[in-house]
Design a protein around this ligand. Structure first.
Ligand SMILES: [Zn+2]
Length: 390
């Protein structure tokens, strides 16, 4: 029996048919945060997982309550754990949530299997509900995992172009001048080099792009709390995943280890996945041809590696490529950014911008959907197998 904040229909559920879950009934473009949540909770409940909810202080786009939900399956006292996080970049959580729900339905998640399974569902629920990559404070969570008692990284390259992302574009003249200067900057520096600087992140402008924040976000604090609440102190071997979309070539899911330096978990991942694994070492000025920023600081991955340095720990990212970044991705992200700065996200125009952003991070193409879900299943299944056999 559940108590609030779980929806009443989950508590009252008597029959279960996976085909009834909203994620399998509805087209990708029609899905909402509430439908992802209901699908996940019902599947978890049906499979006998333990559920915990971490309520978010704000409401979603449909005035719904927002939570990060946690499902614990498998053996809750295990020494070996699989951890899967979805929705670090809110709108990418549509893909991640479906993969987590399918995992619960398709894998052996019984306690007898000897591995603990911790599924952290939509760690940035505000971003998922409002169909944003960022959180409620315009923070990019993958720039936010830093020690805020220390001086924060400076990004002088970003400072030189920040006004392109904050100027008030409601005036058509401003907008035209802004667009001209943007095209000029792209021509001078090259799109990839310019975006490598911009995507490295910045800590000064709340109204800017790739803002890492001035304090740990709700999601950052909640992730730490969840790990503390549910991973037993005797957990000695952990493989952890963060599920993303939007970087790389269309329909090419990449399995990645992203860290500021080599650590033993990367060798373990290589032994499990062989040539499937891409390794990206991050640092100021580093570049990567994978589509993710190697120059960025504050990655969730880096924080997790540090947190579990006394265990046998491997942090991996699944990054599923969608449309071209320059032609489709950045224009969609910028439209959403300006919408939240100067527009009305609930207007008809706002809704159209949201649909465009969702389609960039979660393409409706059925082959794309099938392929990324199948590949993610393979990746998680192999991790689970490696943990069981170790
Ligand atoms: Zn992402």
């Amino acid at each position: 029996m559940f108590f609030l904040p779980f929806p009443a229909d989950i508590c009252a559920m008597t029959t279960f048919d996976p085909a009834d879950l909203p994620i399998f009934r509805l087209a990708p473009s029609q899905l909402t945060y509430s439908q992802l949540r209901a699908s996940f909770l019902k599947a978890a409940h049906h499979q006998g997982a333990r559920l915990h909810a971490y309520p978010h202080p704000l409401k979603g786009v449909e005035n719904e309550n927002l939570c990060t939900d946690v499902a614990i399956a498998g053996d809750p006292d295990a020494e070996k754990w699989l951890v899967v996080v979805s929705g670090t970049h809110g709108v990418e959580g549509y893909y991640g949530s479906i993969c987590q729900t399918r995992f619960l339905l398709e894998q052996d998640v019984s306690p007898a299997a000897g591995v603990g399974i911790l599924l952290i569902h939509l760690i940035n629920p505000y971003g998922t509900s409002w169909k944003r990559r960022v959180n409620e404070d315009n923070m990019d969570l993958n720039r936010n995992y830093l020690d805020f008692s220390q001086p924060l990284p400076a990004n002088p390259g970003y400072e030189a172009v920040h006004d392109l992302f904050s100027t008030d574009i409601r005036d058509p003249q401003n907008r035209e001048a802004r667009d001209q200067r943007w095209h000029q900057a792209v021509q001078e520096k090259g799109y990839a080099a310019l975006m490598n600087v911009v995507e490295a992140g910045q800590y000064l402008h709340r109204d800017g792009l790739y803002y890492g924040g001035d304090k740990p976000s709700w999601s950052n604090l909640t992730l730490h709390r969840i790990l503390q609440d549910h991973l037993p102190a005797h957990a000695r071997e952990i493989i952890s995943f963060d599920l993303h979309t939007g970087a790389g070539d269309f329909g090419h899911p990449m399995l990645m280890a992203i860290a500021p330096e080599m650590y033993p978990g990367i060798a373990r991942a290589q032994s499990i996945y062989g040539p499937w694994l891409y390794t990206v070492i991050t640092g100021a000025g580093n570049a990567s041809d994978t589509g993710i920023s190697a120059a960025a600081t504050g990655y969730t991955s880096a924080a997790m590696v540090k947190l579990f340095q006394d265990r046998t720990f491997t942090q991996l990212v699944v990054e599923c490529g969608t449309y071209n970044s320059q032609q489709v991705g950045q224009p969609a992200l910028l439209a959403d950014h300006f919408l939240h700065l100067y527009g009305d996200p609930t207007s008809a125009e706002g809704q159209a911008i949201k649909q465009r952003l969702l389609d960039f991070f979660f393409p409706a193409d059925p082959d794309w959907q099938a392929l990324v879900q199948f590949r993610t299943r393979q990746i998680l299944e192999r991790a689970l197998g490696a943990l069981r056999n170790s």
